[in-house]
Design a binder for this molecule. Structure first.
Ligand code: FAD
Length: 445
């Protein structure tokens, strides 16, 4: 059996490095990595698919990723802040209430305790129901409106439980009177490559792939022929017995012929956000030691700014520092159409207003765009995705990865699903896995 793995991002490379079968990875770019790509320029390193850290509720996945990185890894502790009314409030917001002006602190606590909202039917209602009006309206609603570029009331609930942790009552009370507590504890400590940004994980993984990885191959057509598949980039043809697609569902469906209208319509109705990453390098190192700052202010286009130099000191040259501002938007939105210089200017002016930077110290600036960044779980998501996935499954094509499965998957889930799939295809479901590939007979330690 020869397997065609479409896409060489984290998911595609994970499947490839664990698959015990003949395969070829087809990647459209000149480098693998997808959203986990890093740009190294003028001594700065930026993860331009958005700031990436390694963490998981599943310790095994963390260990696997650390095993892939080997020595090139450091451990960090989250020091995120939320910029609110000119203050840097501890993250998550409900754990930083004592940093708020007193009236706001009281208002958040009062509404958290006096909260009679009915059982929620959408994401917005869930926020009010879980956190109360104060925390909802001061932070969670405006912030989520920005990151999703969608009204929270238009978003479904199915993904929320487990993804947005509910704070224990005790923590909120402690937080309001200033006793330190930590929320989202599964990402309190994180790991990050010492050198090369998050792409170091990809580069290491790619080295462990014992098969062909063909770059600059953009899958444009997939045709079934005599029990196998012919995949083409319109110049070259490749034949496979099985296809694993890790490329965005939109690209996959576009490559197929005779797709039923109902499937095309359901696909068209699936919503996603694109990402604009504004990369800023600074002379000097006067930035605070925060890992990231969150901005609920609707006047600012960016919702989050990461500080790559805090993830790893090698992400900026000696004596310099850097910031990575993330803006989520849609291709149809005027923000996506904005000129790079105007975007940079907006970010620099915004950060100056927040007293984070002095514009005169900016020495590096660049804008990078990623078309597919966030899956949006709108109210019709579940019915639309079912139609599309049922169709793909009927064809016998296997989906794996964030935009292939069209789910809000982080790296840990991509690795976990990639390994499980490789095991299934290799017929080795119960085999133990080493950190760099499936255990071979006689290879156990
Ligand atoms: C802003 C942001 C921040 C994030 N931060 C974190 C974090 O801190 N921690 C974490 O664990 N996760 C994070 N993630 C999630 C993480 O990036 C993804 O889970 C992971 O990178 C998805 O990998 P993938 O291989 O499934 O998809 P992708 O990375 O999208 O890879 C798909 C690959 O397919 C290729 N491709 C596309 N079309 C074609 C075609 N037609 N033919 C051939 N190849 C094609 C692409 O070039 C790409 O290489 C973040 C994501 C975003 C957007």
């Amino acid at each position: 059996m020869k397997v065609g793995i479409l896409g060489g991002g984290l998911s595609g490379l994970t499947v490839a490095s664990y698959l015990e079968a003949d395969f070829e990875v087809l990647e459209k770019s000149s480098e693998c990595g997808g959203l986990c790509r890093s740009l190294v320029e003028d001594g700065f390193t930026f993860d331009y698919g958005g700031a990436h850290i390694i963490y998981s509720r599943n310790q095994k996945m963390v260990e696997l990723m650390l095993g892939i990185l080997g020595e090139n890894c450091s451990k960090g502790r989250r020091n995120n802040k939320i910029f609110y009314k000119g203050r840097f409030v501890k993250y998550p917001f409900e754990n930083g209430l004592a940093d708020l002006p007193k009236e706001d602190n009281f208002n958040c606590l009062y509404h958290y305790l006096n909260n009679n909202y009915p059982r929620p039917q959408n994401f917005s209602e869930w926020i009010y129901y879980t956190f109360g009006k104060g925390i909802a309206e001061k932070y969670l609603i405006p912030y989520n409106r920005k990151i999703w570029d969608t009204e929270p009331e238009k978003m479904s609930l199915h993904w929320v439980e487990g993804r947005v942790p509910k704070p224990p009552l005790e923590d909120v009370l402690k937080s309001a009177i200033g006793i330190p507590t930590e929320g989202y504890t599964h990402q309190l400590h994180f790991y990050y490559p010492q050198r090369g940004g998050i792409q170091a994980l990809i580069n290491s993984l790619e080295k462990s792939v014992r098969g062909e990885v063909t770059k600059n191959f953009e899958v444009k057509s997939i045709v079934a022929a005599n029990g196998s598949w012919v995949v083409s980039d319109s110049e070259r043809e490749k034949q496979f017995d099985q296809i694993v697609s890790t490329i965005p569902l939109f690209d996959l469906i576009d490559s197929l012929d005779d797709v039923p209208l109902q499937v095309k319509q359901a696909l068209k109705n699936l919503k996603y956000n694109s990402l604009i990453a504004v990369l800023i390098g600074m002379e000097g190192n006067s930035l605070p030691p925060y890992t990231a700052v969150y901005f609920p202010d609707p006047e600012l286009k960016f919702h989050r700014v990461g500080l790559p130099g805090v993830f790893s000191e090698n992400n900026a040259p000696p004596g310099k520092s850097s910031l990575l501002a993330e803006i989520t938007t849609k291709e149809s939105d005027p923000t996506w159409q904005m000129d790079d210089e105007d975007l940079i200017d907006h970010v620099v002016r915004g950060l100056e207003k927040c007293r984070l930077i002095d514009p005169g110290m900016v020495c590096y600036r660049k804008v990078k765009r990623s078309k597919y960044a966030y899956v949006i779980y709108d109210q019709n998501y579940l019915s639309n995705i079912k139609i599309v996935k049922d169709y793909v499954e009927e064809l016998g094509i296997i989906l794996c990865g964030r935009f292939a499965e069209f789910e809000y998957l982080n790296m840990d889930a991509c690795v976990e699903r990639g390994i499980a799939l490789a095991q299934r295809l290799s017929g080795s479901v119960n085999r133990e896995l080493t950190l760099s590939g499936p255990v071979k007979d006689g290879d156990r330690q």
